[in-house]
Design a protein around this ligand. Sequence first.
Ligand code: MN
Length: 222
Amino acid sequence: MFTLEPVTIAIDGATARFPVRRIYCVGRNYADHAREMGADPDREFPFFFSKPASAVVASGAILPFPSRTDNLHHEIELVVAIGATGENVPAAEAGALIFGHAAGLDLTRRDLQAAAKAAGEPWDMAKGFDNSAPVGAIVQGPPPRSGRISLSVDGDTRQDADLDRLIWSVEEIIAGLSTWVALAPGDLIFTGTPSGVGPIRRGETVRGEIAGVPAVEVTFAT
Ligand code: MN
């Protein structure tokens, strides 16, 4: 038989690595991005979708261009790494579940997502494809509540916002998600992207940065 190598992420300043259990992502958690996607941020609660743990790829990777898309999009996101179990956790206690935080890219086959939305079909193939979740090294401790979150493509800034623009705080996201699933060590939560999402082309380098956090950078093969 075969053995499965666990998917792990580097921990900043440590030799130990963070094993990945599951990946959950929040949709529409910055008002300006919700608007650019045609939604009303005042009326719609954020929702969750998932990616397989195997979608994680380390910063610095050179990636094959994803199949079956003509519109691959970048989304820079604050990623929260969960280090304790919790179910139906009140927001006031959600901080106790946090192991650390990182910069991540929620890569999206936007054309497939649009088709899925139009057909009322699941987003899995638009969001959960191979290498769709690049993540930088994890910084231990709770994430900052403010600070620049930005993304560039070949050095050209495309997304530029502040973490204080999150509609739902990290604690509220953890609390909300924990009503749907029991959170456990190894779970990652991508907390949503600000406006400025757009296409990535073959050969381009995408770099996501969050103040005080190691960057996440990947390059797509030509
Ligand atoms: Mn996203």
